[in-house]
Design a protein around this ligand. Structure first.
Ligand code: ADP
Ligand code: MG
Length: 238
């Protein structure tokens, strides 16, 4: 059971209310996409889930466990960022195993998981390279690999494709969807790209100014947008 339960989360930075009463239940194994214009609070919600920011109020449960006050490392989730955040001085192998090593996992187990993840992602031949010797797409796959090896209860992905060119973006999008089918790990994926949302999501959460406008599967959102904003953003006739 690794659903994610977000209950009445608010977040303000000083006078600025960034999230206003955000509630959502993500089912175990579901792929949910947060979409909305820049500045609507998507990354903030993800950071609160990851424990990198503290909510002003509200609570979060992951797999039935209240994690609201837990440190990032104790939440059993893995975050993938748009800028990859790989360590430049470490090989791909060490980059992928780094989190496990910090956690004290033994080296045989780290090796096994890194090799498995590298196979899944098709980066086995790159394990001894350093990040600067990789293309953007390869770096992004290594960043995904680093998340997979942790075998977390959930993945949080913040615009992981936005640094890739259009063609590679389409390709990697399909890879992430295939990976999700294969691993079945609960995922929240953030994007400002409505096409990404429509093609990848089990359900879409569309946001504007820190408020959820609609939560629905892509087909329903397209056919029955809740308001003009949703219709305009998703590109349906309304
Ligand atoms: P999105 O990811 O949807 O583009 P963000 O969650 O990054 O939006 O930001 C939402 C709003 O919160 C923006 O107005 C942004 O400027 C503001 N914001 C984000 N982080 C901070 C911070 N650390 N301090 C002050 N304001 C912030
Ligand atoms: Mg963002």
């Amino acid at each position: 059971m690794a659903g994610i339960h977000i209950e009445r989360v608010t977040k303000s930075y000083g006078q600025l209310a960034v999230l206003k009463d955000f509630s959502l239940e993500v089912k175990d194994g579901e792929f949910v996409v947060f979409v909305g214009p820049s500045g609507c609070g998507k990354s903030t919600m993800l950071k609160i889930l990851a424990g990198l920011e503290e909510a002003s109020s509200g609570s979060i449960r992951i797999g039935g466990r209240d994690v609201t006050d837990l440190a990032p490392g104790d939440r059993d989730i893995a975050m993938v960022f748009q800028n990859y955040a790989l360590y430049p001085h470490l090989t791909v192998r060490k980059n992928m195993g780094f989190g496990l090593k910090m956690r004290g996992t033994d080296s045989t187990e780290i090796d096994r998981r890194v090799t498995d993840a590298a196979k899944i992602l098709g980066v086995e031949h790159l394990l001894d390279r350093r990040p600067k010797a990789l293309s953007g797409g390869q770096r992004q796959r290594v960043a995904l690999g680093r998340a997979i090896v942790r075998e977390p209860q959930a993945f949080l992905m913040d615009e992981p494709l936005s640094n890739l060119d259009a063609k590679l973006r389409v390709h990697t999008r399909a890879e992430i969807s295939a990976l999700h089918k294969r691993l079945g790990v609960t995922t929240i994926y953030v994007t400002h790209d409505q096409i990404e949302a429509m093609t990848m999501a089990d359900r879409i959460v569309i946001m504007r100014d820190g408020i959820i406008q609609q939560i629905a599967d892509p087909d329903t959102m397209f056919r029955k947008p809740a308001n003009l904003f949703v219709a305009g953003f998703i590109g349906s006739p309304g």
